[in-house]
Design a protein around this ligand. Structure first.
Ligand code: HAM
Length: 421
């Protein structure tokens, strides 16, 4: 028996409907913020991700699905959306108007991670990216939009963690400080962190292996290295969040796993005691230098991405999905071959008029046809036999009251319109 690849999922029935329900809700909220959809390819030239996330990031060093295509080009299934959107923004010169540009995306991402609760190898992200303005107001608006999405979905027990990792100069200062500090404690770090010490000491702070290591917890905090501009910028972002009464926790160890961030970084995590507790549901930040590092103009960006499967799991847990199963408006029953054909033609006509209509394609016996009506919780059952055909009428049964009426063929739409509001 063939099996799906580890860390992937088949979605069908109600589970597929939940995904669409969620997607529609999110699209409705984010379109009011002026974000337009951007659809980029599922794969990119590998360099797009290496350049943006950084060689030392977990994504690039361990998690990418990279392969050579038949033309010997190195291709990577996208592990995240930001780099692809930046690439497209530049390639299509979308900066040319000089205005703020806002994009959102929805789609599958691929990471070779160890599958566990809420962690897949193929998963969906909903993300936004806004380019062209550096303003605490925009940072706050982006952060608040994520909280509005949680609200629209009805999700509770979400905590916002926020930090500033400063501008380029602040980061450089801090990295020097960390190199000195961790250099003295190198033997107490995991092997990955020993390697990170040289190239990206900031990443040691959010090491998944060493997260409870006291050496990491006692490391100098970034605040002391922030430039005055970065400090003021961060204060302003926090002030706007305060004014909006959005609660947050400043987490000085929050540095994010990707290299492109500057200044504001944030994560929304679920506060719960179970396996999903502490997982980031939405994460992002500002990136002032990423567009330039792609050889583009000096344009800042900011964004975030939600882990869609994680939202689905939380919504299940918190019982937030409405009833999504499809009930048939009409099941059509035919009692002889000629009548069966007629049920098909009638079903097509009813579907065109907007009624979910189904029939049993095989049987002319009543029992299995009524069983189908029960399975599909049909509101009405239409029965056609020789008698009905002869008189150009339909026998219509209301499946909840069990009342039965004879309706002339050419009045059936009117009849259903009246009965199914
Ligand atoms: P990220 O933190 O790598 O950031 O991923 C964002 C979210 O995607 C995570 O918080 C999580 O909910 C979800 N996620 C990540 N990996 C997995 C996985 N293996 N299985 C299920 N869900 C997962 C980014 O991707 C950035 N591009 C976000 C961003 C946009 N920053 C600025 N703009």
């Amino acid at each position: 028996m063939y099996q799906k690849v580890k860390g992937t999922q088949d979605l069908f029935g109600i589970e597929a409907k939940k995904l669409h329900f969620l997607e529609t809700k999110i699209r409705t909220v984010i379109s009011k913020y002026g974000y337009e959809e951007m659809i980029t390819p599922i794969f990119e030239n590998t360099d797009v991700f290496v350049r943006s996330s950084g060689e030392e990031s977990d994504i690039v060093s361990k998690e990418m699905y990279t392969f050579l295509d038949k033309g010997n080009r190195s291709i990577t299934l996208r592990p995240e959306g930001t780099a692809a959107v930046v690439r497209s923004y530049l390639e299509n010169k979308l900066y040319a108007s000089g205005n703020l540009k806002k994009f959102y995306y929805f789609g599958p991402m691929f990471r070779y991670e160890r599958p566990q609760a809420g962690r897949f190898r193929q998963f969906n992200q909903f993300g936004i990216e806004a380019f062209g303005t550096s303003s605490p107001l925009l940072d706050a608006d982006v952060i608040i939009s994520a909280s509005e999405i949680f609200k629209a979905l009805g999700i509770e027990n979400i905590k916002l963690k926020i930090n500033s990792i400063g501008d380029f100069a602040s980061r450089n200062n801090y990295e020097k400080l960390l190199k000195g500090y961790f250099g003295k404690n190198i033997d107490h770090l995991c092997l990955d962190c020993q390697r990170r010490l040289e190239n990206n000491p900031l990443r040691i702070l959010d090491c998944k292996v060493d997260k409870d290591n006291p050496i990491i917890q006692k490391a100098p905090k970034i605040e002391s290295s922030l430039s005055k501009e970065s400090k003021d910028y961060f204060k302003e972002v926090l002030k706007i969040l305060d004014d909006f009464k959005l609660k947050y926790e400043i987490d000085q160890n929050l540095v994010r796993g990707l290299d492109y961030y500057t200044d504001t970084v944030f994560e929304y995590i679920l506060e719960s005691k179970d396996e999903l507790g502490g997982l980031a549901i939405c994460a992002g930040g500002k990136y002032s230098d990423l567009v330039r590092s792609f050889q583009g103009p000096d344009i800042p960006g900011i964004g975030y991405a939600f882990g869609v499967e994680r939202i689905l799991m939380i919504m299940d847990q918190q019982n937030l999905f409405p009833k999504l199963e499809d009930k048939a408006d009409v099941v059509l029953i035919g009692l002889d071959p000629e009548s069966k054909k007629k049920t098909l033609l009638l079903a097509i006509m009813l579907r065109r008029a907007g009624y979910l209509s189904e029939l049993d394609y095989l049987s002319q016996n009543l029992k299995p046809q009524f069983r189908l009506a029960d399975q599909m919780q049909a509101k009405f059952i239409i029965i056609i036999g020789e008698e009905e055909r002869k008189n150009k009428v339909l026998t219509v049964k209301n499946n909840s009251t069990k009342e039965q009426e004879t309706v002339s063929e050419d009045r059936i739409l009117e009849y259903l319109k009246e009965k199914i509001k």
